[in-house]
Design a protein around this ligand. Structure first.
Ligand code: SAM
Length: 350
């Protein structure tokens, strides 16, 4: 297994059966071997810097019915909210003062915000904060919409592919959703010039090691700037309420693999990871992650953006979250930086 990890480090790529072998046979010793390598690769490209992204969860209305998600349209227990343009701008203002230089606008697929509304919000943020990156994570839209948002000043887009196996995709989603459409969106975004992030849930219902290997192959093909993964966590009001949550060890192992695959990539240590283990986000960084995404949403809406049960950080003000993370990160020898933290191609990073 060490030989395969050495090969992955050298080639940034393995064959499907090699990934499957690793995923089926890894143990604590191999994980440590992988994490040591992943940490030194991170160190080489980023030193001990950890980038922060201010997450603004601006709407929990969604037209989709993804079977795993707490804000799916058919969850009638979800108390819905939308932030106004002014409320979003206020989050950015607070975030800027706290040292955030990336704002991530995330939400369900809520078409009440028309293209014009989104363009207006993006332009205002761009005007007020010319030195900041604007990331969108608002799901599937047309090429033309993505282009309008880009022209208005958005720089990055997060759209997890969720699973790269179309049979598995159909078990997690409804008939009107398809992997092909999801992938097309990712290629459209890349073509337009966004720094694109994708990713998947670890331990989602019906997932196998083969599926995970296909995820890794797809990521190699797409060559995204960012990859966000986190454990699947059941939500009590979804059809998947009785499924087990994803495993910490497997999520960390996959973060390590991703770091060797994309040495210069932006890999968040996610809130979901922090939800399944009190030290989850620290462990994610020690496995090779280099980004954290604290919440900038107003406290009164935090609990309503409940994608899964027991989500952490739903009670604190943005400033408290920022301080708490800074403390946690310092404790493991890393440092949060005031920086946009853009993706730098390998030719530039050397
Ligand atoms: N609507 C946008 C989209 O589809 O990309 C962004 C919002 S969506 C809620 C953000 C991510 O939350 C999804 O890509 C999914 O991977 C994750 N998510 C949803 N439900 C989850 C669950 N039960 N456990 C872990 N992650 C979940």
């Amino acid at each position: 297994m060490k030989r395969l990890i050495d090969k992955l480090e050298k080639n940034k790529f393995l064959e499907k059966d090699e990934y499957v072998f690793l995923l089926n046979n890894y143990n604590a010793e191999i994980s440590e071997y992988l994490f040591n390598k992943a940490r030194s690769v991170s160190q080489r490209y980023f030193g001990n810097k950890i980038y922060i992204r201010g997450l603004i969860e601006f709407t929990n209305y969604c037209r989709n019915d993804c079977l795993y998600c707490g804000i799916r349209i058919s969850n009638k227990n979800s108390e819905r909210y939308r932030l106004s343009r002014e409320e979003i701008l206020d989050c950015c203002k607070k975030g800027y003062e706290l040292g955030f230089r990336t704002f991530v606008l995330q939400g369900g697929e809520d078409l009440t915000y028309s293209v014009e509304d989104m363009v207006d919000i993006i332009r205002e943020i761009r005007k007020g904060y010319p030195d900041c990156a604007i990331t969108l994570s608002i799901g599937e839209r047309s090429f033309e919409d993505y282009l309008e948002f880009y022209k208005a000043g958005a720089n990055r887009y997060l759209l997890r592919h969720e699973t790269a196996n179309s049979d598995h995709y159909s078990k997690l989603h409804t008939k009107d959703q398809s992997l092909m459409k999801r992938k097309q969106c990712l290629y459209d975004l890349k073509k337009i010039g966004y720094q694109v992030g994708t990713g998947f849930m670890v331990g989602s219902p019906y997932q196998t090691s083969e599926h995970l290997a296909e995820d890794l192959l797809f990521i190699h093909e797409l060559q995204p700037a960012m990859v966000g993964i986190g454990p699947f966590i059941p939500h009590k009001d979804t059809p998947f309420k009785d499924f087990q949550q994803g495993k910490l060890e497997l999520t960390l192992f996959l973060i390590g693999i991703l770091r060797l695959m994309i040495p210069n990539g932006l890999i968040p240590s996610t809130t979901a990871l922090g939800t399944i283990n009190p030290k989850g986000r620290e462990l994610g960084i020690l496995a090779g992650a280099n980004v954290v995404m604290p919440n900038l949403s107003p406290v009164n809406v935090r609990k309503k953006y409940m994608l899964y049960d027991n989500k952490i950080c739903t009670g604190e003000e943005a400033a408290e979250c920022r301080m708490c993370l800074q403390y946690r990160i310092r404790n493991i020898g890393y440092e949060i930086v005031v920086d946009r933290g853009d993706f730098k191609p390998l030719e530039i990073t050397g």
